[in-house]
Design a protein around this ligand. Sequence first.
Ligand SMILES: CCCCCCCC/C=C\CCCCCCCC(=O)N[C@@H](CC(N)=O)C(=O)O
Ligand SMILES: [Zn+2]
Ligand SMILES: [Zn+2]
Length: 483
Amino acid sequence: TVSRPMGLRGKQQQGTSRIPSQFHKEERVAMKEALKGAIQIPTVSFSPKESNTTALAEFGEYIRKVFPTVFSTSCVQHEVVGEYSHLFTVQGLDPSLQPYMLLAHFDVVPASEEDWEVPPFSGLERDGFIYGRGTLDNKNSVMAILQALELLLIRNYIPRRSFFIALGHDEEVSGMNGAQKISALLQARGIQLAFLVDEGSFIVDGFIPSLKKPFAMISVSEKGAINLMLQVNMTPGHSSAPPKETSIGILAAAVSRLEQAPMPNMFGSGSLKTTLQHLANEFPFPTNLILSNLWLFQPLVSRMMERNYVTNAMVRTTIALTMFNAGVKVNVIPSTAQATMNIRIHPAQTVQEVLELVKNIVADDRVQFHVLSAFDSLPVSPSDDQALGYQLLHQTIRSVFPEVSVVTPGICIGNTDSRHFTNLTTGIYRFNPLYLQPQDFSSVHGINEKISVQAYETQVKFIFELIQNADTYQRPVSDLHEL
Ligand SMILES: CCCCCCCC/C=C\CCCCCCCC(=O)N[C@@H](CC(N)=O)C(=O)O
Ligand SMILES: [Zn+2]
Ligand SMILES: [Zn+2]
């Protein structure tokens, strides 16, 4: 299962000296303080139409202040796109090398003060952890990318391969004004990327009970999504003489039918099968044998995957009821009831197929369907020996996390800004160089989101090394022989 990254040589390119990823005490203090300051700016996206624009603008000022070298070095060009997003173009020395992109977002989902152990926008440090909304999703990446570049530039490092840093301001509400505009801008400039790295996956630990060792999952695709609103209109009236059925009752029954009838299990036609095959030898007997013989045990394994929410989301399209609105007064029967749901589409199905299934389950003509937004799952990026982005991530994981023995392709169950970049590259990789346990996963969009100071330093180190690895890539020997 331990496959070496092929086609990459650990050696540095001639003429470029490797800078060790070691940081002084003062640098380490400065980097954690910079992250805390970023957490304190409440860059909340509430809805596609409502965000804290004052905070978004303040964030732009803040990064100028804490990363002065990034903003003053001649090889780095900075632009603001879509009012608040940021695009950095780092000009490399060798124009023959195709550029890549590091992508992250600095908007966050709302956080209610009362549920947290520490205020969510305090950036407080407690027991070696920095707390706050955005510490895992995704100000950690924004700050780590800029921090790694700042430290490289301070050490007079000049990249060979050009790269872009794109920092979105509205990822949590679609990315239409940030990532999508950056993508359009680069397309207009005729840019094609060798690969792109975004959030969306981790070194996962403890999600499968019998698998004791953590493994790195690089997501090579992500699920599609539909935001769907169901509506029922009935005659309003006095609550003292109610009809047999009301808009609320009809709608409640419809959504209950949806909850009771999960979408089909699609294990076998998705990348989870590949992930499990990579992991087979890491499991104790007899699971190792079962996973090595999926041709025989596929039905058993597909049922095993349904046992927890995260792996269940990997084998099927899921439906989450997220909003339910009806009624204005206790003695008035309302005319309208609305339920909004967020559907995540398994790659083996399409938007149209899922909508058909949902309509068949609801099976009530009084229920109207309004598709608010929809897109299919994302294309699968290559993870073979020739896939530059995948292999660079693999190589960097091996050097920064030598204890992690398995690196595997996987699927992201959430959506990311990277989906707006399919016009610029086929190599889209979602990977955060952090350990993630089930309780950490619950804190993302939940309460008490936090990152350890040590994990954040390691994330900076990872990017510091990744940038250098992208500069020292050499084509595989087999390719060179063909010339
Ligand atoms: C055998 C496999 C076990 C694997 C366990 C996987 C553990 C979970 C790993 C990753 C968690 C997914 C993180 C998703 C990040 C998605 C970012 C996000 O929140 N996006 C929003 C906004 C948007 N862009 O749509 C979303 O709603 O998806
Ligand atoms: Zn995110
Ligand atoms: Zn998020």
